[in-house]
Design a protein around this ligand. Sequence first.
Ligand SMILES: [Zn+2]
Length: 150
Amino acid sequence: MIISMNKKYETQDGREVRILCVDAEGLDSVVGLIDGVAERWHPNGVYFDEETSNFDLVEVKETHTIIRWINIYFDDESYHLWESREKADEGARKDRVACKQVCIMNKKCLCIFCRNPINIKFWGGSIGGKLFCNRKECLIKLSKSQGEGL
Ligand SMILES: [Zn+2]
């Protein structure tokens, strides 16, 4: 990893870092601020030469999250993604059994119970497949919510 001005970083122990430059004089060419105090790192984000440190830099991946609403029907595993609960209500058929919120993070749908990413198909404003992961807790929650068409 080479530290870049275009990416976000934090320290190994989760402190926010603002990178000021990556081309300062000397071996520790990365300069950044932690709580207003300037610190220096090697170009690869390492704080000390010989050992790992809580001050080593870790890239913070940008997350892109979208919230959508889906109407659930019996025996149907494809769901139109509605922008709001109101729109989902308006677009619902009479035989709707439930309306659920889904969270889509970095184009991955999250399990409606535990919010772990799950594999689901996307096509033109709809998703298709199971809305939950295979973890035991989630399957237990699923069995409790039977009758909601999941
Ligand atoms: Zn889950």
